[in-house]
Design a protein around this ligand. Structure first.
Ligand SMILES: Cc1cc2nc3c(=O)[nH]c(=O)nc-3n(C[C@H](O)[C@H](O)[C@H](O)COP(=O)(O)O)c2cc1C
Length: 189
């Protein structure tokens, strides 16, 4: 079977632990990952996790956010899905209004027009009316809004465990089977 080709967008919202957890999970899977990190994403990643996007696992190629000649700018590049993790309110607004100001926005626009899965791990609290309206707009355009909420019912023992329960939810959305994945009610099945 053909490897899934997934584009990762990293923007400047808090919740970089979830990004690391997600990529660590995908490092053990048969997927091809490319990435784009915004300038603010690089800044927040450094502040929260003390690393650069270049140190993250699993992504084999990173494109510059200003490079509109990079493959993800075109629908012909054939990505199967895109995950923006974390997704800032600024990037959400750009996607909602179709403004392709950088390669992350443009790629998201491409995935929507090609009718491919686009998962947005939006992070902000509290949410204002504009944020909520933009989430509904991207939902209606075909994206899936996935706030980084761990499955507390699985009783995670640490922050890392909590982040992993959320990564499993993203894997479900992408149709990727994770062997160690715990599910509610699995003891009964
Ligand atoms: C430490 C830190 C945390 C931030 N957290 C958030 C956040 O959770 N959500 C958000 O929408 N913006 C957050 N911001 C602001 C964004 O980084 C800022 O709006 C930026 O312009 C987003 O650009 P981008 O979408 O191109 O990455 C944060 C900024 C900093 C410095």
């Amino acid at each position: 079977m053909k490897k899934k080709k997934i584009l990762i967008g990293v923007t400047g919202a808090s919740a970089m632990l979830f990004l690391q957890s997600f990529l660590e999970m995908l490092a053990g899977e048969d997927v091809l990952l490319h990435g784009v990190c915004s300038e603010a994403g690089e800044k927040v990643l450094g502040l929260e996790r003390e690393c650069s996007f270049k140190d993250l696992p699993a992504v084999v190629k990173w494109f510059d956010e200003k490079d509109f000649t990079a493959p993800p700018a075109s629908g012909s590049s054939g990505y199967d899905a895109m995950v923006i993790i974390p997704c800032s309110m600024g990037t959400l607004a750009s996607i909602a209004s179709g403004i392709s100001a950088n390669l992350i926005h443009r790629s998201a626009d491409v995935l929507l027009k090609e009718r491919k899965p686009l998962l947005l791990v939006v992070r902000e609290t509290p949410l204002n009316r504009t944020h909520l309206q933009n989430m509904l707009t991207v939902h209606d355009a075909g994206a899936t809004v996935c706030p980084p909420h761990p499955g507390m019912y699985l009783k995670p023992a640490s922050l890392e465990d909590a982040a992993r329960t959320f990564s499993w939810r993203l894997a479900d959305q992408l149709g990727i089977q994770i062997n160690e994945r715990k599910r509610w009610g699995q003891e009964q099945s």
